[in-house]
Design a protein around this ligand. Structure first.
Ligand code: GDP
Length: 206
């Protein structure tokens, strides 16, 4: 299904707009500008898929993407849905916006039985920041499995990458819901995307 065209099905500003639970879901979280859109587009080999729904007015929505060609009716469910969570960590975000983000995301994390994993994207140049830690604490509290994906790995040296991976591993070691395997990616070079795809494929319906 990665070879199929993918489509944006809906933006969810609050829980009542969530689609009914159906296919397994895998979500993507990260600070704004971490490379989330690029990663999603790389995974589905479709430039502009995530971008089109990420226009500024819609940043506070969960954006749903599915492979095209499924009606969603009855048994004709897509094998998987990808959920692009709104970016966080804007320096200038007003408190109400941060609170709204936290409410939407926490309600979703806590209430979504079909959510299989959240990829927490971390810019390889910056490593884990305090707001990433806040998000991981939220994920731990909601008991949702999450996995670190390092982005923009092409921006750091081949020597720095294993050091960053080791430091990151140490930071998540005691976090209860963190999956231990870290995936380093470069959407620019297409590296590591296959590993993210493999995780997603494992969660997809037969
Ligand atoms: P988002 O805000 O998290 O959706 O981030 P975007 O996907 O829009 O990417 C933010 C910026 O980082 C853009 O200028 C991208 O071109 C750049 N970028 C994203 N992924 C990579 C990558 O793997 N390597 C490099 N060098 N730049 C990247």
């Amino acid at each position: 299904f990665f070879a199929r065209p993918w489509v944006f099905i809906r933006g969810v500003p609050s829980m009542k707009f969530l689609p009914p639970e159906g296919p397994p879901e895998v979500a993507f979280a990260g600070r704004s500008n971490v490379g989330k859109s690029s990663l999603i587009n790389g995974i589905v080999s479709q430039k502009g898929l995530a971008r089109t729904s990420n226009t500024p007015g819609r940043t506070q929505e969960l954006n749903y993407f599915v492979p095209d060609g499924f009606t969603g009716e009855g048994d004709d469910l897509p094998p998987i849905a990808l959920v692009d969570m709104p970016g966080y960590g804007y320096a200038k975000a007003p408190k109400e916006q941060v609170d709204a983000w936290t409410k939407l995301v926490f309600d979703y994390l806590r209430g979504r039985a079909t959510l299989k994993r959240v990829f927490v994207l971390i810019d390889a140049r910056h490593g884990i920041k305090s707001n990433d830690q806040d998000v991981m604490a939220l994920l731990d509290k909601a008991a949702v499995s999450y996995q670190i994906v390092l982005t923009k790995a092409d921006k750091i040296s081949a020597l720095a990458l294993p050091k960053l991976e080791a430091a990151t591993r140490e930071l998540i070691r005691k976090r209860p819901a963190a999956f231990p395997e870290i995936i380093a990616t470069s959407s620019e070079k297409g590296e590591g995307l296959d590993r993210v795809q493999a995780v997603i494929a494992d969660f997809a319906r037969e």
